[in-house]
Design a protein around this ligand. Structure first.
Ligand code: 5GP
Ligand code: MG
Length: 178
């Protein structure tokens, strides 16, 4: 792996494809165990999680469903402030065992604001599985149930994650060069 230049920035190799896929296999074995006989519904949050959710879902051997949503945030009225809505959630999650799939949790703002909306629909259980977590960037409390990698508070790119639209196709993860 070599450094890559995207737009105006340089990125250095951080996690290899083998390291990433190895961790995802471990996570799949854990989910196979925890959700055996439950037919969980995975909700993958686009765009960043497309590669992670695809590789994870292929590794599962239990019966499971998956759907893909996008979160759109817009400014609400003064009283409601900033609002996050889910686009494309067409499956009824009432009584379901739901697992959110996210690429990365940084400040935790996105998930923190979105989870109550899902809880309002009364899933039987609601858990969060992430590829990456930056504990040092945490501002909003989020209980992460499954995490592949805890990483330092540096911008990363590749394996589905972009820098201004580019870099999602990289098979490895890269870190912004100091
Ligand atoms: P949060 O709401 O937890 O602060 O941020 C969540 C979103 O910010 C992620 O879903 C992702 O889109 C973006 N993000 C946070 N950190 C990074 C990073 O290091 N690299 C990339 N490419 N996106 C990031
Ligand atoms: Mg994301």
């Amino acid at each position: 792996m070599q450094t890559v230049s995207i737009h105006d920035k340089t990125f250095v190799p951080y996690l290899t494809e083998a390291e990433i896929l190895g961790k995802i296999k471990e996570l799949a074995r854990q989910l196979d165990k925890d959700y055996k006989g439950k037919r969980p519904l995975f909700i993958a949050i686009l765009n960043g999680s497309f590669m992670f959710s695809s590789d994870l879902f292929k590794e599962l051997t239990i019966e499971a469903e998956i759907c893909f949503i996008k979160l759109a945030s817009y400014k609400g009225t003064k009283s409601t402030g900033h609002v996050i809505t889910a686009i494309g959630l067409d499956t009824d999650i009432t009584g379901r065992d739901v697992v959110i799939l996210e690429d990365i949790i940084d400040t935790g703002k996105t998930i923190n604001e979105f989870l109550p909306q899902l809880n309002n629909q009364h899933p039987a259980t609601l858990k969060i599985a992430v590829l990456l977590h930056k504990p040092d960037a945490s501002v909003f409390p989020v209980k992460i149930d499954y995490c592949c990698f805890s990483i330092p508070n540096k911008f990363v790119l590749g394996y589905g994650l972009d820098y201004d639209g580019l870099g999602r196709n990289l098979r490895e993860l890269y870190q912004l060069k100091d």
